[in-house]
Ligand binder design. Structure first.
Ligand SMILES: [Zn+2]
Ligand SMILES: [Zn+2]
Length: 481
């Protein structure tokens, strides 16, 4: 793109709204450029001309990010950073993290018998601390050598690795590797059944229970009662509780979906130990709460102890997060506060549901629309009919609408004119012409959600497709208006 072209266009601001509700699988929260953040911009400018000067501020910027994250996400610290959420949800990574958290806890470091001594052999210290951690967690060699998870049966099954075993898409389950997770129907099981299944799993190497508040499979929402029950059963069986908020953070009416009042009221004595967060907030990773089902027992109460264990863990990699990513992640968090994304997401969800009710009154029937806040799951045929690009998978009957969280997405009239209604053709034409000029195509396959590749995309609807035969056929049946 030539510099003159950049200046011709107003920067995309809060007012931009279009039918891309795929949002890179939900990893784009805003159309507003976070580089423009007035507090952060001077650092970017300095970085462009004097990188070492900004590098020298690295620890203080990382510490500012950690503090803000802790404040925004009600007590959770971003302890471990990863390129992708799937990387952070590896059982071996989680096992090492929790062993480190136990080994550097006040229970060890403040204990005259357990704490490392200067005059002993390092391997003796190592064995003693490890034995303590295993005993605390109720682990055997099995948990160390082949740790695994208990997962909800409607969990999406990550794109690769051990959790891919749980995927219902054959392309994903065919490449699964690592010990299989224990799949449990947590929505229907009663307390007794859950305890039996959790105990069996724990005995065979399970270290944690993983679920999401809104199923990525079908948009069904975990009920507050079930949330309370699962927490209780995790505590009883000494299993870490991990909530995957990759899709739901900021989008479901609270910073983390489980912090909504109806969930927060359930079993307040236990909190999820770890939360998986995704790229939408600038970086993926694992957040830890020291009042969790298991972590609470490690007696982290002093800030200095908490900071120290976080430093120890982050020191295992050369730099937990690269500086440009750190600056962006900090800007995104600041934008979430300034624009009140959690509150906004509730209004956006209501506006989208309202528009769907009006355009297709059948969606008012119970169960026709699933999801929570601005995670809206609908029948894929409805999404196809209204020509909305969604986070969708080829064989799933459900399509997920993941709008950006700016106030424009809560504007009912805007949603009609620029996204769902026939009037949206005008906006689609603008996008199509812009794409033609710079040789771009719509980003996502309208049928299966992966990268679109077809040059033969629809200039009327601004939609494209991938080269899969099923997608090619289904795409050509879409109704241009
Ligand atoms: Zn496709
Ligand atoms: Zn079309």
């Amino acid at each position: 793109m030539s510099p003159s072209k950049v200046t011709q266009h107003a920067p995309p601001g809060d007012s931009s709204l279009d039918h891309d509700f795929h949002s890179a699988w939900g990893s784009v929260y805003t159309n507003r450029s976070t580089v423009g953040d007035k507090e952060i911009l001077p650092l970017w400018q300095e970085y462009a001309v004097d990188k070492p000067a900004v590098d020298r501020k690295y620890h203080s910027i990382l510490s500012e990010y950690t503090d803000l994250f802790h404040k925004v996400f009600g007590g959770y610290y971003p302890i471990s950073m990863h390129a992708h959420a799937t990387d952070s949800l590896m059982p071996t990574t989680i096992a090492s993290l929790i062993l480190n958290t136990a080994a550097t806890s006040p229970l060890v470091l403040d204990s005259p018998t357990l704490s490392p001594k200067a005059n002993e052999k390092p391997e003796e210290t190592g064995m003693r601390v490890r034995d303590f951690a295993l005993d605390f967690l109720g682990w055997t060699e099995t948990h160390v050598l082949s740790p695994t998870f208990v997962v909800a049966d409607n969990v999406y099954g990550a794109g690769y690795g051990p959790l891919a075993h749980a995927s219902k898409e054959w392309e994903t389950s065919a490449i699964a590797a690592g010990p299989k997770p224990f799949v449990v129907n947590m929505r229907e099981a009663d307390e007794k059944t859950l305890n039996v299944r959790f105990a069996e799993a724990k005995a065979k190497g399970a270290i944690a229970v993983v679920f999401d508040m809104v199923s990525t499979e079908d948009g069904l929402v975990f009920t507050p009662e079930k949330f309370g029950l699962v927490k209780k059963c995790c505590a009883k069986n000494r299993l870490l509780l991990i909530v995957d908020e990759t899709m739901t953070a900021m989008r479901c009416g609270a910073p983390f979906a489980f912090q909504r009042p109806e969930y927060a009221r359930e079993g307040v004595e236990y909190q999820p130990d770890l939360v998986i967060f995704g790229k939408g907030i600038g970086v993926s990773g694992i957040a830890i709460n020291f009042g969790g089902v298991i972590t609470k027992g490690l007696t982290y109460t002093k800030q200095e102890d908490i900071r120290q264990t976080i430093r120890f863990w982050r020191a295992l990699v050369s730099r937990p997060i690269r500086l440009p990513i750190l600056l962006e992640a900090l800007s995104i968090l600041r934008a979430s506060v300034a624009e009140k994304w959690p509150e906004q997401s509730e209004r956006i969800g209501e506006a989208i549901r309202d528009v769907l009710y009006e355009l297709d009154p059948k969606t008012k029937e119970p169960g026709a629309i699933q999801g929570l806040g601005a995670v809206v799951a609908i029948d894929r045929d409805i999404a196809l009919r209204f020509r909305v690009m969604c986070a969708i998978r080829r064989r799933s009957p459900w399509a997920r609408l993941l709008p950006k969280l700016g106030s424009a997405s809560a504007d009912r009239e805007g949603l009609m004119k620029q996204v769902f209604g026939e009037e949206s053709n005008e906006q689609r034409q603008v996008l199509a012409q812009e794409a033609e000029k710079c040789g771009a195509i719509p980003l996502w396959c309208f049928i299966c959600g992966i990268e679109a590749t077809s040059e033969d995309w629809c200039r009327t609807c601004y939609l494209s497709y991938c080269n899969n035969e099923v997608c090619v056929q289904a795409f050509h049946r879409h109704a241009c208006k």
